[in-house]
Write a protein that binds this ligand. Structure first.
Ligand code: ATP
Length: 222
């Protein structure tokens, strides 16, 4: 078996504010492997985004061990090893669709044009390459954000409520784009979502409840 992409053992995240403390993630242990398709579901405020940020290396645990055995150290994860898609697409308005998708490739010193066009093709938007973000619908903009995260071919895609602002039909298209990519590359996908329809399209469901993560038993961190 190949090394896990993410390995967590007893990971917590606490936020202090004034005299109070929020336990956003209580001790959580889990593994993410190539090809996994995980839905992370739970009520608002249950800790999903906090967990996604930890898995992306955007944040660090208060306690516990979190590592990326197959990917390398936390500081080297993005954008090439781990692609992150947020609820709002945050495209650069003065760049074309294609240029937005090319950006992480150029920053990584890689060939950009063909890879960006291919990523747009995966999400069904190659014909919009020359448009500006303002010319796109919300769903199209989100699919461009997905193409931008996928263009570098990361082995792990983390999507935090990627369809939170979209109607059901558009949300399905966005998920089609994500699944098309992971099917073609064997990348792992973790999607935080309130939407059971989307969760049902993944092959594993993790449940967050008041900071408690319910998953299959995890491997111990060596
Ligand atoms: N930077 C922060 N500072 C203080 N508290 C925070 C911070 N980030 C998150 N929290 C708190 O941690 C808890 C979990 O928040 P989180 O955003 O992870 O939940 P969520 O399940 O993603 O919610 P939603 O579905 O509404 O996005 C909440 O009580 C939230 O207020």
């Amino acid at each position: 078996m190949t090394e896990p992409l993410v390995l967590a053992n007893g990971v917590t995240r606490r936020f202090r504010h004034g005299d109070g403390v929020t336990n956003a993630v209580l001790p959580a242990s889990f593994t993410v492997r190539d090809g996994d398709r995980i839905a992370l579901i739970g009520a608002s405020g249950s800790g999903k985004s906090t967990l996604v940020h930890l898995m992306a290396g955007l944040d660090q645990p208060s306690e516990g061990a979190l590592c990326w055995p197959a990917l390398g150290p936390r500081t080297s994860l993005r954008p090439e090893q781990v692609g992150v898609v947020f609820q709002t697409p945050s495209l650069i308005p003065t760049l074309s669709v294609l240029e937005n998708v090319e950006l992480p490739l150029l920053l990584a010193g890689r060939e950009a044009y063909d890879a960006a066009l291919a990523a747009l093709g995966v999400v069904g938007l190659a014909t919009l390459a020359d448009k500006l973000p303002d010319d796109l619908s919300g769903g199209q903009a989100q699919r461009v954000a997905i193409a931008r995260a996928l263009a570098v071919c990361p082995r792990l895609i983390l999507a935090d409520e990627p369809t939170g602002q979209l109607d059901q039909a558009t949300a399905a298209l966005v998920v089609d784009g994500l699944l098309a990519f992971v099917s073609s590359s064997n990348a792992a996908l973790v999607v935080a979502t309130h939407d059971r329809t989307i969760a049902n399209r993944m092959n594993t469901t993790w449940i967050m409840e008041h900071g408690n993560l319910h998953v299959a038993p995890a491997e111990a961190v060596a």
